[in-house]
Design a protein around this ligand. Structure first.
Ligand SMILES: Nc1nc2c(ncn2[C@@H]2O[C@H](COP(=O)(O)OP(=O)(O)OP(=O)(O)O)[C@@H](O)[C@H]2O)c(=O)[nH]1
Length: 306
């Protein structure tokens, strides 16, 4: 629900924790069901936004921390370091641990580096799966964790059953900075899907054009229309820096863009598990630096042209 106050807030929240801590379950509760489709496939792309939740007039944007999402036997230093790449820019960080497992090696590894990585951002501790332990265990765990790191707040939650989730969400809403909403509210539910679809097209383009336009294009999903027959109509705009780039993108008789469109459509369709109609348009946007900033605000790294 939104209210009419102009005091909006918007900010990025990084949810970190070991694989299986319950991050996806929590996200689904806070953001909505659609995210669940994305969550387990998102690693294949560079899109970093996992979902956006509204709480009153606050827009809470959850960013991905890839290193910690990959299911592995145990966390090592490299994984933890990778995870911080998402958390480092966040306005608020939430460390999620499992009540019944306590302070594992993985949690220790995160705690070791947390201080260096989060800067001034408030860090909350969310002890999840409280349905699995006695209250006395929780109190001891809270004490031990807070002795290791000065968490701004500690929440005891069950992401699955919903206990404590509202309190955490309300706290997040008041902890992110004041400022205008970053995403239109009618796009929030589709946002991760829109971004992933745009990334897929961009990837096909950079693969195809490699040397010619290495870092000089961005793709945005402008339209997303679910059709009654179960298919999706997706409109994307490919932004280039100069008019001269348009011709390179189109190729002879539009061949390049046609091939790219076909490959992208196939991949998006496979990802969504449904039929996709993809429409691509090329436009010039000369303010490249502005563009770069905008892109990185969305959690995407478009200069990474590997
Ligand atoms: N008992 C209990 N189980 C929970 C709770 N929250 C999550 N789970 C379970 O824990 C398991 C892992 O949850 P996920 O949400 O997939 O965990 P994750 O941190 O996203 O895991 P990765 O995607 O591997 O990083 C699932 O089987 C959930 O059903 C909870 O509050 N209580």
């Amino acid at each position: 629900m939104t209210d009419n106050t102009s005091n909006t807030r918007a900010g990025f929240v990084a949810l970190i924790g070991e694989p299986n801590a319950g991050k996806s379950t929590l996200l689904n509760r806070m953001v909505g069901a659609k995210v669940s489709i994305v969550t387990h496939k998102v690693q294949t792309t560079r899109a970093r936004i996992r979902g956006v939740a509204m709480e009153g007039s606050a827009q809470i944007i959850f960013v991905d921390t890839p290193g910690l999402f990959r299911p592995r036997r145990r966390l090592d230093r490299a994984m933890v370091a990778a995870a911080w790449s998402g958390a480092a820019d966040a306005d608020v960080v939430v460390l999620m641990i499992e009540a019944h497992r306590g302070i594992t090696d993985g949690v220790e590894a995160i705690l070791e580096s947390i201080g260096d990585r989060v800067g001034q951002a408030p860090v909350a501790l969310a002890i999840n799966k409280i349905d699995r332990v006695e209250a006395s265990v929780l109190l001891k765990l809270t004490e031990k964790m807070n002795a290791k790191f000065p968490f701004t707040e500690t929440f005891m939650i069950s992401a699955e059953k919903g206990y404590g989730v509202e309190d955490l969400k309300k706290w997040l809403a008041t902890s992110i900075p004041e400022g205008p909403l970053l995403y239109p509210e009618d796009q929030i539910a589709d946002l991760p899907l829109r971004m992933i679809a745009a990334e897929m097209t961009r990837e096909k383009l950079t693969l195809r054009l490699h040397q010619e336009l290495p870092y000089q294009l961005t793709v945005e999903t402008e339209g997303w229309e679910e059709r009654p027959d179960g298919s999706v109509k997706i409109d994307q705009i490919i932004y280039v820096m100069r008019d001269g780039h348009k011709g390179i993108l189109l190729g002879k008789k539009g061949e390049t863009i046609k091939t790219v469109g076909k490959l992208a459509r196939e991949e998006i369709s496979e990802f969504l598990g449904r039929k996709v109609h993809l429409f691509l348009q090329v436009k010039v946007r000369p303010n490249w630096l502005e563009e770069k900033e905008r892109y990185s605000e969305m959690g995407l790294d478009f200069s990474d042209g590997n």
